[in-house]
Ligand binder design. Structure first.
Ligand code: FAD
Length: 461
């Protein structure tokens, strides 16, 4: 079986390794960096910046409370950017090594379909190469959307990609878009003392998550001096000397934000265009490659996975679909459970969610019971000085089955795995209650939230 994979991100490279493990002859074509957006300009670099700036912020503001005395704490921005590059390089080199060991052939260049059996690659090193395949997997990812308001192309109006490599820490930033990427950048730069303004068109920040846990983040951002405008629309951007002037509208009232940089965090568009797919019979809708639930396109031997399908744009979803398609092609069927996809935001507090929100559960007609436990009642959260947030569990009132777990707090993004496993195993709240959690851990808050479904949490009056 010869499999050609276009795109070396967490969708493509994971599919390549899995297919090679299962005995396929695999060619992986990548036009830019192995590791894709995630390792090079997405998940990993942003988390390096979040990690260091969070430590800086905590030490600067809470050292005394923590019993520490720190003189002359400083950010070395150059060194921090170097660390960001080093971490990404280490992970990318690791992936390249595994691909080499698994005999995956990596071809550098831009791939385009010429038929349902061949791809032509415009090689990075020059020239062209034709690659034939039995099955192909397209994993070409997505790119930032820049809303076409007047002034969107001015110098200083940037996307997440440039925002993680700025020459200097700006005095002020206006972030257009209060989704995951927007609030993560708000966290990074507000930790460093930059004046941040977020302008979000929807009435809520991170609108796809349970708003009770998002409120914990919004409160934290406001405490750091971040200004948040919701239900507000950016109308135009102008340059005035060294600064940018963003004109927006809140209801009927126009307002202006002056900032050194404007980050467009207004979503990402799937990159399914320009691959010659429509010419060979694959439907592509505004860049989104159309697939069925098994990620198969309209052409029988061509699959598409990850961001380029226009589905959930998360690295672990791209990887999970890559694993599934590789196994499917190699004759083994692995199911993908869309109900148990975790959603995470790596801010302070961290936010993490799996399953139905309270609002979604009610809309779907479930009779629910909700348990909540605040982090200020959790010993470990008090120890680390991270008392903002809560665990919230949504359960089916009739069966007790866990329908959703939502966490705001320290280690929320680690803890959510236990919520995902519980949901995958169709656990009930009773089963969460009879699970023993180590003490002192933030995980105990899950136990307490489960108890509180029946009004019986221990560490809260
Ligand atoms: P990508 O990682 O985008 O990889 C696609 C690859 O295809 C690219 O390397 C590209 O060069 C290549 N390619 C495209 N066209 C061609 C062609 N014609 N020929 C050859 N190669 C081609 N997700 C998370 O789960 N957690 C996070 O914390 C997180 N943080 C993020 C932070 C930021 C700032 C951004 C922008 C994204 C973040 N994401 C995060 C989203 C995550 O990066 C994507 O969901 C993930 O990378 C998608 O994987 P993919 O394999 O589908 O595509």
């Amino acid at each position: 079986m010869k499999i050609a994979i276009i795109g070396g991100g967490p969708g493509g490279y994971v599919a390549a390794i899995k297919a090679a493990q299962m005995g396929a002859e695999v060619v992986l074509i990548e036009k830019e960096y192995i590791g894709g957006t995630c390792l090079n300009t997405g998940c990993i670099p942003t988390k390096v910046l979040l990690h260091s700036t969070e430590i800086y912020h905590q030490l600067r503001n809470e050292a005394e409370d923590l019993g520490l005395e720190i003189n002359d704490l400083k950010v070395n921005w150059r060194n921090l950017l170097t660390r960001k590059e080093l971490v990404a390089t280490q992970l990318v080199e690791g992936v390249k090594n595994i691909l080499r060991t698994m005999n995956v052939e990596v071809v550098r260049g831009y791939a385009k379909f010429t038929s349902t059996k061949t791809i032509e690659v415009s090689l990075t090193a020059g020239g062209k190469r034709s690659i034939s395949f039995d099955k192909a997997i397209v994993a070409t990812g997505s790119k930032s959307i820049i809303i076409p308001v007047p002034g969107h192309d001015l110098e200083g109006v940037i996307t997440s990609r440039e925002a993680m490599s700025l020459e200097e820490i700006p005095e002020s930033i206006c972030i257009v878009g209060g989704g995951v990427i927007g609030v993560e950048f708000a966290n990074i730069y507000s930790n460093l003392g930059t004046q941040i303004t977020i302008i979000e068109m929807l009435p809520e920040l991170v609108a796809n998550m349970d708003q009770e846990i998002v409120n914990s983040l919004e409160e934290a951002l406001l405490t750091k001096g971040v200004k948040v405008y919701k239900s507000a629309k950016v109308l135009r951007i102008d340059r005035s000397g060294k600064e940018l002037q963003v004109t927006a509208q809140l209801g009927d009232d126009p307002f202006q934000v002056i900032a050194e940089k404007v980050i467009m965090a207004t979503g990402r568009k799937p990159s399914g265009d320009g691959l010659g797919l429509e010419e060979i019979g694959v439907k592509v809708d505004r860049g989104a490659i159309q697939v069925d639930r098994l990620f198969k396109t309209d052409v029988d031997n061509i699959y598409a996975i990850g961001d380029c399908t226009g589905g959930v744009q998360l690295a672990h979803v791209a990887s999970a679909s890559g694993l599934m398609v590789a196994e499917l092609i190699m004759g083994e069927r692995m199911a993908m459970d869309f109900r148990t996809i975790p959603y995470c935001v790596y801010t302070n507090p961290e936010l993490a969610s799996v399953g139905l929100t309270e609002r979604d559960a009610v809309m779907k007609g479930y009779k629910i019971k909700v348990g909540k436990f605040p982090m200020y009642g959790n010993g470990k959260s008090v120890i680390t000085g991270n008392v903002r947030g809560m665990v919230k569990i949504i359960a089916d009132e009739n069966t007790g089955e866990v329908l959703g777990v939502h966490i705001a707090g320290n280690s929320a993004t680690e803890l959510i795995a236990s919520g995902a496993v519980a949901m995958r195993l169709e656990a009930t709240v009773q089963e969460l209650i009879t699970t023993i959690y180590a003490h002192p851990t933030v995980g105990e808050a899950i136990h307490e939230a489960a108890e509180s479904v029946f009004g019986r949490a221990i560490h809260i009056p």
